[in-house]
Design a protein around this ligand. Structure first.
Ligand code: A3P
Length: 330
Protein backbone atom coordinates (compact mmCIF):
# COMPACT_ATOMS: atom_id res chain seq x y z
CA UNK A 1 0.00 0.00 0.00
CA UNK A 2 1.13 3.54 -0.67
CA UNK A 3 1.78 5.46 2.47
CA UNK A 4 1.05 8.86 0.90
CA UNK A 5 -2.48 10.18 0.70
CA UNK A 6 -3.92 10.05 -2.80
CA UNK A 7 -3.96 13.83 -3.15
CA UNK A 8 -0.23 14.10 -2.49
CA UNK A 9 0.53 11.78 -5.38
CA UNK A 10 1.87 13.36 -8.56
CA UNK A 11 -0.89 13.84 -11.17
CA UNK A 12 0.49 11.07 -13.39
CA UNK A 13 -0.23 8.58 -10.61
CA UNK A 14 -3.76 9.80 -9.92
CA UNK A 15 -6.00 7.66 -12.03
CA UNK A 16 -9.39 6.00 -11.63
CA UNK A 17 -10.29 8.12 -8.62
CA UNK A 18 -10.24 11.41 -10.56
CA UNK A 19 -12.34 10.29 -13.53
CA UNK A 20 -15.67 11.76 -14.56
CA UNK A 21 -18.61 9.36 -14.00
CA UNK A 22 -19.22 8.77 -17.74
CA UNK A 23 -15.62 7.76 -18.28
CA UNK A 24 -15.58 5.65 -15.12
CA UNK A 25 -18.52 3.65 -16.42
CA UNK A 26 -16.96 3.07 -19.79
CA UNK A 27 -13.59 2.13 -18.32
CA UNK A 28 -15.17 -0.40 -16.00
CA UNK A 29 -16.23 -2.39 -19.08
CA UNK A 30 -12.79 -2.47 -20.72
CA UNK A 31 -10.14 -5.23 -20.56
CA UNK A 32 -7.73 -4.41 -17.74
CA UNK A 33 -4.12 -5.34 -16.86
CA UNK A 34 -1.59 -4.19 -14.27
CA UNK A 35 0.11 -0.93 -15.24
CA UNK A 36 3.83 -0.18 -15.44
CA UNK A 37 3.51 3.10 -13.53
CA UNK A 38 -0.14 3.86 -12.76
CA UNK A 39 -2.09 1.00 -11.23
CA UNK A 40 -3.83 -0.27 -14.37
CA UNK A 41 -3.84 -0.23 -18.15
CA UNK A 42 -7.13 -0.51 -20.07
CA UNK A 43 -7.64 -1.62 -23.66
CA UNK A 44 -9.59 0.96 -25.63
CA UNK A 45 -9.96 0.82 -29.42
CA UNK A 46 -7.21 -1.80 -29.56
CA UNK A 47 -4.57 0.03 -27.49
CA UNK A 48 -3.56 0.06 -23.80
CA UNK A 49 -3.58 3.16 -21.61
CA UNK A 50 -3.93 4.26 -17.99
CA UNK A 51 -7.34 5.63 -17.02
CA UNK A 52 -6.33 9.29 -16.96
CA UNK A 53 -4.93 9.15 -20.49
CA UNK A 54 -8.03 7.35 -21.71
CA UNK A 55 -10.26 10.07 -20.42
CA UNK A 56 -8.02 12.59 -22.21
CA UNK A 57 -8.28 10.63 -25.46
CA UNK A 58 -12.06 10.40 -25.22
CA UNK A 59 -12.56 14.10 -24.43
CA UNK A 60 -10.22 15.06 -27.21
CA UNK A 61 -11.96 12.72 -29.69
CA UNK A 62 -15.23 14.41 -28.84
CA UNK A 63 -14.12 18.03 -28.79
CA UNK A 64 -10.96 18.70 -30.76
CA UNK A 65 -11.46 20.29 -34.18
CA UNK A 66 -8.42 20.27 -36.43
CA UNK A 67 -7.54 23.03 -38.86
CA UNK A 68 -6.01 22.35 -42.25
CA UNK A 69 -2.94 24.31 -41.19
CA UNK A 70 -2.33 22.31 -37.99
CA UNK A 71 0.86 20.32 -37.49
CA UNK A 72 0.91 17.24 -35.26
CA UNK A 73 3.91 15.44 -33.93
CA UNK A 74 2.79 11.86 -33.38
CA UNK A 75 5.10 9.41 -31.68
CA UNK A 76 5.33 6.10 -29.91
CA UNK A 77 6.37 6.79 -26.30
CA UNK A 78 10.14 6.92 -25.78
CA UNK A 79 10.93 7.30 -29.46
CA UNK A 80 12.42 10.79 -29.09
CA UNK A 81 9.26 12.89 -28.69
CA UNK A 82 11.07 15.47 -26.55
CA UNK A 83 13.74 15.89 -29.22
CA UNK A 84 11.29 16.24 -32.10
CA UNK A 85 9.12 18.64 -30.12
CA UNK A 86 12.16 20.87 -29.75
CA UNK A 87 13.04 20.55 -33.43
CA UNK A 88 9.53 21.22 -34.73
CA UNK A 89 9.00 24.15 -32.40
CA UNK A 90 12.28 25.75 -33.45
CA UNK A 91 11.72 25.04 -37.13
CA UNK A 92 8.18 26.37 -37.30
CA UNK A 93 8.85 29.46 -35.19
CA UNK A 94 12.25 30.32 -36.64
CA UNK A 95 11.12 33.68 -38.04
CA UNK A 96 9.74 34.95 -34.70
CA UNK A 97 12.06 33.11 -32.32
CA UNK A 98 15.57 33.39 -33.73
CA UNK A 99 18.20 31.15 -32.21
CA UNK A 100 19.81 33.39 -29.63
CA UNK A 101 20.06 33.67 -25.86
CA UNK A 102 16.36 34.43 -25.57
CA UNK A 103 15.15 31.33 -27.35
CA UNK A 104 12.17 29.78 -25.49
CA UNK A 105 13.83 26.35 -25.45
CA UNK A 106 16.51 27.70 -23.14
CA UNK A 107 13.90 28.42 -20.47
CA UNK A 108 11.19 25.85 -21.17
CA UNK A 109 11.07 22.10 -21.42
CA UNK A 110 9.95 21.07 -24.94
CA UNK A 111 6.83 19.44 -23.41
CA UNK A 112 5.73 22.86 -22.16
CA UNK A 113 6.18 24.44 -25.59
CA UNK A 114 4.42 21.74 -27.62
CA UNK A 115 1.48 20.39 -25.63
CA UNK A 116 0.17 16.85 -25.88
CA UNK A 117 -3.49 16.83 -26.91
CA UNK A 118 -4.62 14.05 -24.62
CA UNK A 119 -2.03 14.41 -21.84
CA UNK A 120 -2.04 18.16 -21.40
CA UNK A 121 -4.76 20.06 -23.27
CA UNK A 122 -7.70 17.68 -22.84
CA UNK A 123 -6.51 15.93 -19.71
CA UNK A 124 -8.52 15.96 -16.47
CA UNK A 125 -11.73 16.73 -18.32
CA UNK A 126 -10.50 20.08 -19.61
CA UNK A 127 -11.83 21.60 -22.82
CA UNK A 128 -9.25 24.24 -23.69
CA UNK A 129 -9.93 27.34 -25.74
CA UNK A 130 -7.51 27.03 -28.65
CA UNK A 131 -9.08 29.71 -30.80
CA UNK A 132 -6.37 32.29 -30.12
CA UNK A 133 -3.39 30.14 -31.04
CA UNK A 134 -1.30 31.39 -33.93
CA UNK A 135 -1.23 29.43 -37.15
CA UNK A 136 0.18 26.89 -37.70
CA UNK A 137 -0.80 25.35 -34.40
CA UNK A 138 1.69 22.72 -33.27
CA UNK A 139 0.44 19.84 -31.14
CA UNK A 140 1.80 16.48 -30.06
CA UNK A 141 0.06 13.22 -29.41
CA UNK A 142 0.65 9.50 -28.94
CA UNK A 143 -2.90 8.62 -30.05
CA UNK A 144 -3.01 5.66 -32.48
CA UNK A 145 -4.07 6.57 -36.02
CA UNK A 146 -7.59 5.17 -35.95
CA UNK A 147 -8.30 6.77 -32.57
CA UNK A 148 -7.31 10.27 -33.66
CA UNK A 149 -10.12 12.82 -33.53
CA UNK A 150 -12.04 12.46 -36.80
CA UNK A 151 -11.14 15.97 -37.96
CA UNK A 152 -7.42 15.16 -37.72
CA UNK A 153 -7.90 12.19 -40.02
CA UNK A 154 -10.16 14.08 -42.43
CA UNK A 155 -8.59 17.53 -42.66
CA UNK A 156 -5.49 18.52 -44.60
CA UNK A 157 -3.41 18.94 -41.45
CA UNK A 158 0.06 17.38 -41.43
CA UNK A 159 1.35 14.59 -39.21
CA UNK A 160 5.04 14.08 -38.50
CA UNK A 161 5.32 10.55 -37.13
CA UNK A 162 8.36 9.37 -35.19
CA UNK A 163 9.14 5.84 -34.03
CA UNK A 164 12.24 3.98 -32.88
CA UNK A 165 13.50 0.41 -33.04
CA UNK A 166 11.55 -1.72 -30.56
CA UNK A 167 14.60 -2.87 -28.57
CA UNK A 168 15.71 0.67 -27.66
CA UNK A 169 12.09 1.74 -27.25
CA UNK A 170 11.45 -1.06 -24.78
CA UNK A 171 14.61 -0.39 -22.75
CA UNK A 172 13.88 3.33 -22.64
CA UNK A 173 10.28 2.70 -21.58
CA UNK A 174 11.27 0.20 -18.91
CA UNK A 175 13.84 2.60 -17.45
CA UNK A 176 11.42 5.52 -17.64
CA UNK A 177 8.69 3.56 -15.85
CA UNK A 178 11.05 2.84 -12.98
CA UNK A 179 11.95 6.52 -12.70
CA UNK A 180 8.29 7.43 -12.41
CA UNK A 181 7.42 4.80 -9.81
CA UNK A 182 7.54 5.97 -6.21
CA UNK A 183 10.20 4.29 -4.11
CA UNK A 184 7.64 2.36 -2.10
CA UNK A 185 6.18 0.85 -5.27
CA UNK A 186 9.45 -0.96 -6.01
CA UNK A 187 10.89 -1.40 -9.51
CA UNK A 188 9.43 -3.14 -12.53
CA UNK A 189 11.48 -6.23 -13.28
CA UNK A 190 13.00 -6.51 -16.74
CA UNK A 191 11.45 -9.94 -17.34
CA UNK A 192 7.92 -9.05 -16.35
CA UNK A 193 7.81 -5.80 -18.30
CA UNK A 194 9.41 -7.50 -21.30
CA UNK A 195 6.64 -10.10 -21.39
CA UNK A 196 4.02 -7.38 -21.19
CA UNK A 197 5.64 -5.37 -23.99
CA UNK A 198 5.77 -8.46 -26.20
CA UNK A 199 2.06 -9.09 -25.52
CA UNK A 200 1.35 -5.50 -26.53
CA UNK A 201 0.48 -4.46 -22.97
CA UNK A 202 2.47 -1.23 -22.71
CA UNK A 203 1.42 2.37 -22.80
CA UNK A 204 -0.13 3.07 -26.26
CA UNK A 205 0.80 -0.51 -27.15
CA UNK A 206 0.84 -2.82 -29.00
CA UNK A 207 3.93 -0.95 -30.19
CA UNK A 208 3.91 -2.71 -33.57
CA UNK A 209 0.27 -1.90 -34.36
CA UNK A 210 0.84 1.78 -33.56
CA UNK A 211 3.81 1.96 -35.93
CA UNK A 212 2.21 -0.10 -38.68
CA UNK A 213 -0.98 1.96 -38.88
CA UNK A 214 0.99 5.17 -39.35
CA UNK A 215 3.39 3.48 -41.77
CA UNK A 216 0.49 2.41 -43.99
CA UNK A 217 -1.05 5.86 -43.81
CA UNK A 218 2.28 7.46 -44.77
CA UNK A 219 2.47 5.14 -47.78
CA UNK A 220 -1.06 6.00 -48.87
CA UNK A 221 -0.91 9.71 -48.07
CA UNK A 222 2.72 10.86 -48.15
CA UNK A 223 1.62 14.51 -48.31
CA UNK A 224 -0.21 14.03 -44.99
CA UNK A 225 2.02 11.72 -42.94
CA UNK A 226 5.81 11.94 -42.82
CA UNK A 227 7.20 8.74 -41.29
CA UNK A 228 10.51 9.15 -39.44
CA UNK A 229 12.74 6.83 -37.43
CA UNK A 230 14.88 7.94 -34.47
CA UNK A 231 17.83 6.03 -35.92
CA UNK A 232 17.62 7.92 -39.23
CA UNK A 233 17.33 11.23 -37.41
CA UNK A 234 20.51 10.34 -35.52
CA UNK A 235 22.36 9.15 -38.58
CA UNK A 236 21.41 11.94 -40.96
CA UNK A 237 20.03 14.79 -38.91
CA UNK A 238 20.65 17.54 -41.48
CA UNK A 239 19.00 15.70 -44.37
CA UNK A 240 16.04 14.70 -42.22
CA UNK A 241 15.55 18.20 -40.86
CA UNK A 242 15.45 19.52 -44.44
CA UNK A 243 12.95 16.76 -45.26
CA UNK A 244 10.71 17.82 -42.38
CA UNK A 245 10.94 21.48 -43.40
CA UNK A 246 9.93 20.64 -46.98
CA UNK A 247 7.12 18.35 -45.86
CA UNK A 248 5.71 21.20 -43.77
CA UNK A 249 5.95 23.58 -46.70
CA UNK A 250 8.69 25.60 -44.97
CA UNK A 251 11.91 24.71 -46.77
CA UNK A 252 15.11 26.49 -45.81
CA UNK A 253 15.91 29.41 -48.10
CA UNK A 254 19.36 29.81 -49.60
CA UNK A 255 20.00 32.58 -47.13
CA UNK A 256 19.03 30.36 -44.21
CA UNK A 257 21.21 27.55 -45.53
CA UNK A 258 24.15 29.91 -45.84
CA UNK A 259 23.64 31.29 -42.37
CA UNK A 260 23.90 27.78 -40.88
CA UNK A 261 20.26 27.61 -39.78
CA UNK A 262 20.05 23.82 -40.16
CA UNK A 263 23.09 23.23 -37.99
CA UNK A 264 21.91 25.88 -35.52
CA UNK A 265 18.55 24.18 -34.97
CA UNK A 266 20.17 20.78 -34.55
CA UNK A 267 22.71 22.11 -32.07
CA UNK A 268 20.07 23.87 -29.98
CA UNK A 269 17.92 20.72 -29.93
CA UNK A 270 20.77 18.28 -29.37
CA UNK A 271 20.78 15.91 -26.42
CA UNK A 272 23.86 17.64 -24.99
CA UNK A 273 22.39 21.12 -25.14
CA UNK A 274 18.91 20.29 -23.89
CA UNK A 275 19.87 17.82 -21.18
CA UNK A 276 22.36 20.29 -19.65
CA UNK A 277 19.95 23.21 -19.36
CA UNK A 278 18.92 24.15 -15.85
CA UNK A 279 15.23 23.89 -16.71
CA UNK A 280 15.71 20.30 -17.85
CA UNK A 281 17.90 19.30 -14.92
CA UNK A 282 15.69 20.68 -12.19
CA UNK A 283 12.18 21.45 -13.48
CA UNK A 284 8.98 19.40 -13.44
CA UNK A 285 5.99 19.10 -15.77
CA UNK A 286 2.60 20.19 -14.47
CA UNK A 287 1.67 16.50 -14.40
CA UNK A 288 4.52 15.88 -11.94
CA UNK A 289 7.19 14.10 -14.01
CA UNK A 290 10.69 15.50 -13.56
CA UNK A 291 12.03 17.05 -16.76
CA UNK A 292 15.30 15.17 -16.39
CA UNK A 293 13.44 11.85 -16.73
CA UNK A 294 13.05 12.59 -20.44
CA UNK A 295 16.82 12.66 -20.99
CA UNK A 296 18.74 9.46 -20.32
CA UNK A 297 21.32 8.32 -22.91
CA UNK A 298 19.93 9.53 -26.22
CA UNK A 299 21.82 6.83 -28.12
CA UNK A 300 21.07 4.18 -30.70
CA UNK A 301 21.72 0.62 -29.56
CA UNK A 302 21.73 1.07 -25.78
CA UNK A 303 19.57 -2.08 -25.65
CA UNK A 304 22.81 -4.06 -25.92
CA UNK A 305 23.67 -2.95 -22.39
CA UNK A 306 20.39 -4.23 -20.94
CA UNK A 307 18.79 -7.01 -22.98
CA UNK A 308 20.00 -10.60 -22.93
CA UNK A 309 20.38 -11.95 -26.45
CA UNK A 310 17.25 -14.15 -26.18
CA UNK A 311 15.10 -11.12 -25.44
CA UNK A 312 16.61 -9.18 -28.33
CA UNK A 313 15.97 -12.13 -30.64
CA UNK A 314 12.40 -12.43 -29.47
CA UNK A 315 11.73 -8.76 -30.21
CA UNK A 316 13.33 -9.16 -33.65
CA UNK A 317 11.12 -12.15 -34.37
CA UNK A 318 7.93 -10.34 -33.39
CA UNK A 319 8.96 -7.32 -35.43
CA UNK A 320 9.72 -9.40 -38.49
CA UNK A 321 6.45 -11.24 -38.20
CA UNK A 322 4.30 -8.16 -37.56
CA UNK A 323 5.88 -6.04 -40.31
CA UNK A 324 6.13 -8.85 -42.84
CA UNK A 325 4.86 -7.74 -46.24
CA UNK A 326 4.49 -4.09 -45.20
CA UNK A 327 7.83 -2.91 -46.57
CA UNK A 328 8.75 -1.54 -43.16
CA UNK A 329 12.04 -2.69 -41.65
CA UNK A 330 13.22 -1.83 -38.14
P1 A3P B 1 16.89 6.82 -23.92
O1 A3P B 1 16.05 6.41 -22.76
O2 A3P B 1 17.23 5.67 -24.81
O3 A3P B 1 18.07 7.61 -23.55
P2 A3P B 1 10.56 10.53 -25.44
O4 A3P B 1 11.01 11.94 -25.61
O5 A3P B 1 9.70 10.04 -26.56
O6 A3P B 1 10.02 10.30 -24.10
O7 A3P B 1 11.88 9.65 -25.61
C1 A3P B 1 12.90 9.70 -24.67
C2 A3P B 1 14.15 9.15 -25.31
O8 A3P B 1 14.69 10.15 -26.20
C3 A3P B 1 15.22 8.87 -24.29
O9 A3P B 1 15.99 7.80 -24.82
C4 A3P B 1 15.98 10.20 -24.28
O10 A3P B 1 17.26 10.11 -23.73
C5 A3P B 1 15.99 10.52 -25.76
N1 A3P B 1 16.20 11.94 -26.03
C6 A3P B 1 15.73 13.01 -25.33
N2 A3P B 1 16.15 14.15 -25.88
C7 A3P B 1 16.92 13.82 -26.94
C8 A3P B 1 17.66 14.59 -27.90
N3 A3P B 1 17.68 15.91 -27.85
N4 A3P B 1 18.34 13.92 -28.85
C9 A3P B 1 18.32 12.57 -28.91
N5 A3P B 1 17.65 11.79 -28.02
C10 A3P B 1 16.95 12.40 -27.05
Amino acid sequence: MLSQTRTSLPMYLQQEEILEPECKTLISSLPKENGWVASHLYKYQGFWNPARHLQGIMICQKNFVARDSDVFLVTTPKSGTTWLKAILFTLINRKYCPINQNHPLLRNNPHDLVPFLELKLYVDNQIPDLSNLNSPRLFATHIPFFSLPKSVQDSSCKLVYLCRNPKDTFVSLWQFSNKLRLQEMGSNSLGETFDMFCRGVSIYGPFWDHVLDYWKESMEKPHKVLFLKYEDMKEQPNANLRRIAEFLGRPFSNEEEESGMVEGILKLCSFDTLSNLKINRTGKLSSGEENKAFFRQGKVGDWKNHLPIEMAQKLDQITEQKFSGSGLVM
